[in-house]
Write a protein of this length. Structure first.
Length: 212
């Protein structure tokens, strides 16, 4: 059986992956393979769109749609085989991951190759560039998610997981040495604002982004 080779690239970041996958596998298989290759938790609403040479979005194939979209008969990744949507030897798909905080990808068929005996597909065959962090998670935490399918992002946020470079759970008030926080705050206000008269500002005088 032939194998599709897709070039997968972030639209806004210098990061490229090459994914080999069989024609009879689904868009869900491709979705999972992409995120395994970049260390993202894949469990967020996302969609592939059949695209033309200008990356215009056409037919949508989605994951985790809401009930209204399901009722309208939206095509699901789990049911959609790749071969049913390949009409061009360089077929393109525009891919949006996590609509709440989206990452956009270009997914393009680059070639059709022979199946290698003993190879489990899909498989990432080439990796270039570092992906951005999802939710600012360090690679060690992202790897933990991928290694255990029962672990989700919310599980890790609820647990006091720490690494050398990052802690998901910050210090509690009791972890701050007694009296240190107050002393530092007073010193900073005196040094930065004492001569300008801003030290007496109240919350009512402050302007936040919400005011706009």
């Amino acid at each position: 059986m032939a194998v599709y080779r897709f070039k997968v690239s972030f639209e806004d970041f210098d990061c490229v992956r090459e994914i080999d996958i069989k024609p009879n596998q689904t868009f869900m298989d491709l979705h999972l393979a992409i995120h395994a290759s970049i260390g993202f938790d894949p469990n967020f609403a996302s969609s592939f769109y059949v695209s033309n040479d200008f990356w215009h979005k056409g037919t949508e194939i989605t994951y985790l749609p809401n009930e209204r979209r399901i009722a309208k008969g939206i095509k699901l990744m789990t049911d959609a085989k790749l071969s049913a949507y390949i009409d061009d030897p360089y077929q393109r798909f525009y891919y949006i991951f996590n609509f709440d905080k989206p990452f956009d990808f270009h997914v393009q068929l680059s070639k059709i190759i022979d199946d290698l005996a003993g190879t489990e597909y899909p498989i990432c065959t080439k990796s270039m560039g570092e992906p951005p962090r999802q939710f600012n998670l360090p690679p060690a935490i992202a790897a933990l998610i991928l290694e255990d399918e029962e672990i989700g992002i919310l599980d890790l946020i609820d647990e006091p997981v720490q690494t050398d470079e990052f802690s998901i759970v910050g210090l509690d008030e009791e972890d701050t040495p007694e009296g240190q926080e107050g002393e530092e705050t007073e010193a900073e206000e005196e040094n930065e604002f004492g001569d300008l008269g801003f030290g007496d500002a109240t919350d009512e005088d402050s302007t936040t982004r919400d005011d706009y």
